[in-house]
Design a protein around this ligand. Structure first.
Ligand code: PGA
Length: 251
């Protein structure tokens, strides 16, 4: 059976006191999940706080980005080794906000995923089309290209230790959610594309859906055959919402 996951992507939100209340609730709720993992990807300065609040619970934590380089004169960057020192299990790579606002291309995303794996952590590799791309009918081409760049670099061994997230750009932070049918169709396409490389990798790969997931739509989305949980932005900042979403991923 594939791993089920609910991963909060806090983006650039939080403060020490707000985080503490949220993390304590996530820690407590994680123990009530039977098969899904709850995780939060927090801003770098809050990793130490996440570690002390969640260590000893069943919840995991991680980063939202990473440098493709192991060390050096790269002002403002954070390496995978540094994230590992703070106990991160997951690192989001290739989020559309990184791609669109910070110029990350497919090659950089692939190198970042490789850097995460080299430190024994799990990259959560994001793919997704813009509204214009969906309207032009090139969704599969776009997500196929994004996945292909990472898969070529990681190979089957690397893919086995990775998680994939489908995040249609038009659904992120917009309140518009892909319908369960739309999500399922792209997830199935991604799994088929993986199967062309390796059938067992495809069968085992958790593919998360992201884009305005809420407690109110999570059960239906996560009920689809190829949707193994979610990557949750806005709703992950509200404890009750996020915990309900974790329970939906638990099935
Ligand atoms: P959202 O963000 O849930 O706020 O739409 C999802 C994401 O960007 O990971």
């Amino acid at each position: 059976m594939r791993q089920r996951l609910a991963v909060g992507n806090w983006k650039m939100h939080g403060s020490l006191p707000e985080n503490q209340a949220l993390l304590d609730k996530v820690a407590a709720a994680s123990g009530r999940l039977s098969r899904a993992i709850a995780a939060v990807c927090v801003p770098f300065p809050y990793l130490a706080q996440a570690r002390s609040a969640l260590a000893g619970s069943k919840a995991a934590w991680g980063g939202q980005n990473v440098s493709q380089y192991p060390k050096g004169a790269f002002t403002g960057e954070v390496s995978a080794g540094m994230l590992r020192e703070f106990g991160c299990r997951y690192v989001i790579v290739g989020h559309s906000e990184r791609r669109q606002l910070f110029g990350e291309d497919d090659a950089a995303v692939a190198l970042k995923a490789e850097a995460v794996l080299a430190q024994g952590m799990v990259p959560i590799v994001c793919v997704g089309e813009t509204l214009a791309e969906r309207e032009r009918g090139v969704t599969e081409e776009v997500v196929g290209r994004q996945l292909g760049a990472v898969a070529d670099r990681l190979g089957t061994e690397g893919l086995k230790a990775s998680v994939l997230a489908y995040e249609p750009v038009w659904a992120i932070g917009t309140g518009k959610t892909a319908t369960p049918d739309q999500a399922q169709a792209v997830h199935a396409y991604l799994r088929d594309a993986l199967a062309l490389r390796d059938r067992s990798v495809a069968a085992a790969m958790p593919i998360l859906y992201g884009g305005s997931v809420k407690a109110a739509n999570a059960v239906e989305l996560f009920g689809r055959q190829d949707v193994d949980g979610g990557l949750i932005g806005g709703a992950s900042l509200v404890a009750e919402e996020f915990i309900s979403i974790c329970q939906a991923a638990d099935g």
